[in-house]
Design a protein around this ligand. Structure first.
Ligand SMILES: CC(C)(COP(=O)(O)OP(=O)(O)OC[C@H]1O[C@@H](n2cnc3c(N)ncnc32)[C@H](O)[C@@H]1OP(=O)(O)O)[C@@H](O)C(=O)NCCC(=O)NCCS
Length: 193
């Protein structure tokens, strides 16, 4: 069928059909530990979502491109990243970054599950992370993955901004970025207490 604009209906629907077929294929992401060959992708991913490989969380600085973690691949393509930091003493592990390229659903969940398994295998009783107060999608996502809000670190971003004025005030959905929300999941024996 030809539209009035001269483009066939099939032509106009093609991108939508391709996207839908891609989503319907539900390709299971492959999750594997970060390897040295991933460095360029890791840095690009961190730059996309955090504008830097240097990540601040709870007043601590992390060089996320040097941390252990996991990569997701879909059809051999880099599709997501989780980076982790073991706290001193090794009883808890922090997720420093988690991001997905949403090539197919379930990448974030699969990476988070890999992080939890890693923490459990290293004897942790708790895994935790922080996200900024503007990140409504992440706040919803973590709770739907069974994580709980553990603390509100009110004003922590305001204080960081006073030291580093380049940290923007404007965040997602027009929300001012001011606080960090800490999420946690108790794992292993700690989960049964
Ligand atoms: C937050 C983030 C990591 C989530 O990753 P994601 O890949 O979109 O997450 P998933 O696809 O696993 O889950 C998203 C939804 O798909 C659903 N889903 C998971 N597996 C699925 C599957 N196999 N089939 C269909 N749906 C599925 C989940 O239940 C979830 O639904 P919900 O939004 O209704 O809860 C991602 O949005 C992101 O990269 N954001 C930018 C960076 C960021 O903000 N990171 C967090 C800050 S610390």
């Amino acid at each position: 069928m030809e539209s009035t604009a001269g483009t066939s209906l099939l032509e106009r629907c093609k991108p939508w059909v391709i996207d839908t077929l891609r989503l319907m294929s539900h390709t299971t992401p492959m999750i594997r530990p970060i390897e040295p060959r991933d460095l360029a992708n890791v840095r690009a991913e961190l730059k996309t979502h955090w504008n830097s490989s240097e990540i601040r969380s709870l007043d601590r600085r992390h060089h996320a491109d040097a941390l252990p973690g996991f990569v997701a691949e879909v059809n051999g393509e880099f599709a997501g990243l989780v980076t982790l930091n073991m706290d001193a003493g090794g009883w808890q592990c922090e997720v420093i970054t988690l991001s997905s390229r949403t090539l197919s659903p379930g990448i974030g969940a699969a990476l988070l599950a890999a992080a939890e398994a890693h923490a459990l295998a290293h004897g942790c009783g708790r895994i935790y992370l922080t996200t900024t107060n503007d990140n409504s999608r992440a706040i919803r996502f973590y709770q739907r993955q069974g994580w709980r809000i553990a603390a509100l670190h009110k004003g922590v971003i305001d204080r960081a901004r006073a030291l580093f004025p380049h940290i923007p005030l404007g965040g997602l959905d027009g929300i001012q970025v001011r606080d960090e929300i800490e999420f946690e999941k108790l794992i292993g024996a700690a989960a049964w207490k």
